[in-house]
Design a protein around this ligand. Structure first.
Ligand SMILES: [Zn+2]
Length: 424
């Protein structure tokens, strides 16, 4: 057993804040949480207390959309979606055929997520099964909960990155068998998007979902006008872009659809009806000039929304930076994103989007002790700004607007300190 002390903040769904709180951890899970003054007297005298007094402790952040093989694609200049894929992304993803590259990539990737306070992510591998094998192996070693899938792509990509409907089915099925539900790993069937899959491959994806009811589905939907036009021309029989996925049984409550920027009213109705999740990726959308998500309209139309970085088109691994860009997109839409709403979204909100609210995303007894410790005065500019801070809400907004990996003092996965620049 160990104890972690600090300023606790979680969402139930209203914010619950304990200025001097204590979390007890045993077997990777939270066994008690409350005011330090109440819990400390009953602790065994030899218990180890990791003291973060003065710093905020929140549930670890959850990233609903990120690409493992794009850690060396991030910050590639000057292109919109289709050209960006061809000019930068496909060449780098091809390197993941080499298991050594995949292993090295998976280690860097998880180090970087933890450095940014992200403890669970939904991850696209490359087309090679060994990319997902490497990620799950490393994640299981570190005790983390990751959701990932091998990209399915049998057209519209270079030869080296193409599988077939049959091989993508076989390889995905083998990975599901080996990894789905093992430790904390879960599988996501991952057709990249309609443009890079034949009807036969989308049908195979639908079959995988039907055969394995607990797995997720991740793909991209309605990111960029050229992409939408091409998808429509490749599937002339479909009513619209979302209709392509629906016709193959790919919409549903475990379906995570990246971007969803230019949906028609009918498409929005289909997403709401099927309880599919629209995963918004603001840094990516601004970087590639794809458009501004309309979160207000999506929510008003009953669509569940999540938030993701979309690294490498996204420009930061930090969910703080990602939520800060979501705030700016809301401003351009004439709305706002209060700080508590943003922090709720990247913790409990994203956990609920995954249907995992009873495991992660909040600091409550029985949940995994996946935690992030935040220092609101981590940089000179933040410390200077904090001299005029008068409330928790204001402090959270400073963290969002000025914070990044430097504000992450520690990251815990199952109660074990996992970041490289903390003292743990
Ligand atoms: Zn993406």
């Amino acid at each position: 057993m160990k104890a972690i002390r600090g300023r606790l903040l979680t969402y139930r769904p209203a914010p619950v804040h304990e200025e001097d709180g204590l979390i007890l951890v045993s077997g990777g899970k939270i066994t008690a949480v409350g005011p330090a003054s109440e819990l400390i007297p009953d602790l065994p005298s030899d218990i180890q207390i990791e003291d973060h007094s003065g710093k905020l402790i929140l549930p670890g952040f959850i990233d609903l959309h990120i690409h493992l093989p794009q850690t060396r694609v991030i910050a590639s200049y000057g292109a919109q979606l289709m050209e960006w894929l061809e000019r930068y992304t496909f060449a780098e993803e091809a390197r993941y055929a080499d298991p050594a590259v995949a292993e090295d990539g998976a280690q860097f990737f998880l180090d970087e997520l933890f450095r940014n306070g992200t403890t669970t992510a939904v991850v696209y591998g490359s087309v090679h099964p060994q990319s997902v094998e490497a990620l799950f192996t490393e994640s299981a070693k570190r005790g983390a909960a990751m959701i990932a899938g091998k990209v399915m792509m049998d057209r519209g990509a270079p030869d080296a990155l193409r599988d077939t409907a049959r091989s993508s089915y076989d390889h995905s099925k083998a990975l599901i068998k080996r990894w789905h539900g093992r430790d904390r790993q879960r599988y996501a069937v991952t057709p990249r998007f309609a443009i890079t899959s034949t009807p036969a491959q989308l049908e195979a994806a639908g079959t995988l979902l039907a055969e394995h009811p607990g797995v997720y589905l991740q793909t991209h939907l309605s990111e960029n006008q050229a992409e939408i036009d091409l998808a429509r021309s490749l599937f002339p029989g479909a009513e619209d872009y979302a209709g392509i996925y629906e016709s193959f049984g790919l919409l549903g409550s475990r379906s995570l659809l990246g971007h969803c920027l230019h949906l028609s009213p009918r498409e929005q109705e289909r997403l709401a009806e099927t309880r599919s999740v629209a995963v918004l990726c603001p840094t990516s959308n601004l970087f590639l000039g794809s458009g501004l998500a309309d979160r207000g309209a999506l929510n008003a139309n009953g669509i569940r929304t999540g938030l993701g970085t979309d690294v490498g088109a996204g420009t930061s691994y930090s969910m703080l930076r990602t939520a800060a860009e979501a705030y700016k997109v809301e401003q351009l839409r004439g709305r706002s994103l209060p700080a508590h709403d943003a922090f709720r979204w990247i913790t409990r909100g994203n956990a609920e989007a995954l249907g995992l609210g009873d495991e992660i995303g909040s600091i409550e007894v029985g949940r995994y002790a996946d935690l992030v410790v935040l220092d609101s005065s981590a940089t000179p500019a933040m410390a200077h700004r904090m001299e005029r801070c008068e409330s928790l809400e204001e402090e959270l907004f400073v963290l969002l607007t000025l914070g990044d990996d430097r504000a992450v003092a520690a990251t815990y996965v199952q109660g074990v300190g996992r970041n490289s620049h903390g003292s743990l």
